[in-house]
Ligand binder design. Structure first.
Ligand code: SF4
Length: 298
């Protein structure tokens, strides 16, 4: 399969228009990092034009070196204590009824960044009491007391991505483990939270492995699953093994729903946070109320 040329179904909207400009101004003005930019997300044009962005807290340098990810690996700066308030303010100005926050991995911190996570969730809640808060969190090295620190701040959706099938964890996620990530998701579920995870296709997985992974996710009683195509951020990253066609994504959606998953968002351009408000409406009841006007006014 020729993986050097993107198939037509992966062509995404280019960034433009007043909505895009307003989102960009807000992100820059609040000195926020977004995973949209750091991970070179193909949906940036569409999401930012409709006034949504996924804020990435705890800096833009990650302590891990996942082979699919465009975020820089290194030693990050100390956490910015003013960040939670700025994130809360940005969510208010975007007029979001559903926000998604993620972070880099901060394995060098004693608490893995869990304290900053909890402070951010509380700041968003305090400033935006009606906004559903979805967190896309690292595994905290499987330390469940740190997961509890985040859960104590009561996010509405607890998302942690498995990213790929069990066999490919080591070459793709390097410092992460399949069983550990599943244990984190089960722990949040056991505490009564709505849980969510995601995988990518095109990393070298076999069909039977995808099937088993979705079965595992369903067995963990995960509520929401996202499935998207892996895109290679640079020649130094893991090569694309194949382009999964749209029909295959449709197949896995039906397969997951048939196993009892509540929502399966599956398509070439699907990312964890892509249309996250719509994915989780079933659980949060939240609607996306953003308007460009709301963004443009101070
Ligand atoms: S899909 Fe997520 S990461 Fe990509 S641009 Fe949209 S909000 Fe940002």
């Amino acid at each position: 399969m020729d993986t050097t040329r993107k198939p037509s179904w992966l062509r995404a909207k280019l960034p433009s228009g007043p909505g895009y400009a307003a989102t960009r101004g807000l992100v820059d003005g609040h000195q926020l990092h977004t995973v949209c930019q750091s991970a070179q997300c193909p949906n940036l044009g569409e999401c930012w034009s409709r006034g949504t962005a996924t804020v990435m807290i705890l800096g833009n340098i990650c302590t891990r070196s996942c082979q699919f990810c465009a975020i820089e690996t290194g030693r990050p700066a100390a956490p910015d204590l003013g960040e939670p308030a700025r994130v809360a303010d940005a969510v208010a100005r975007m007029n979001l009824r559903h926000c998604v926050v993620t972070s880099v991995a901060r394995d060098e911190l004693a608490d893995g960044g869990a304290g900053a996570w909890a402070a951010t969730i509380r700041a968003i809640r305090h400033r935006n009491p009606l906004t559903a808060i979805e967190v896309l969190v690292p595994d905290f090295k499987g330390q469940l007391e740190l997961v509890d620190t985040v859960l104590a701040a009561k996010p509405d959706i607890y998302n942690h991505n498995l990213e790929t099938v069990e066999r490919l964890q080591k070459p793709v996620r390097v410092q992460a483990r399949y069983d550990r990530s599943r244990a984190v998701l089960r722990h949040a579920k056991g505490r009564g939270f709505v849980t969510k995870t995601g995988i990518m296709l095109g990393l070298g997985e076999e069909r039977h492995e995808i099937e088993q992974t979705i079965r595992d996710i369903a067995a963990d009683q995960t509520n929401i699953l996202t499935i998207g195509q892996y895109l290679q951020p640079s020649p130094q990253h893991r090569p694309i093994a194949r382009w999964a066609p749209p029909e295959e994504f449709a197949h896995w959606r039906e397969f997951g729903l048939g196993l009892g998953l509540g929502v399966v968002e599956s398509g070439p351009l699907v990312r964890s946070s892509y249309h996250a408000d719509e994915q989780s409406q079933k659980y949060t009841g939240a609607e996306h109320l953003n308007t460009v006007n709301a963004l443009a006014s101070p």
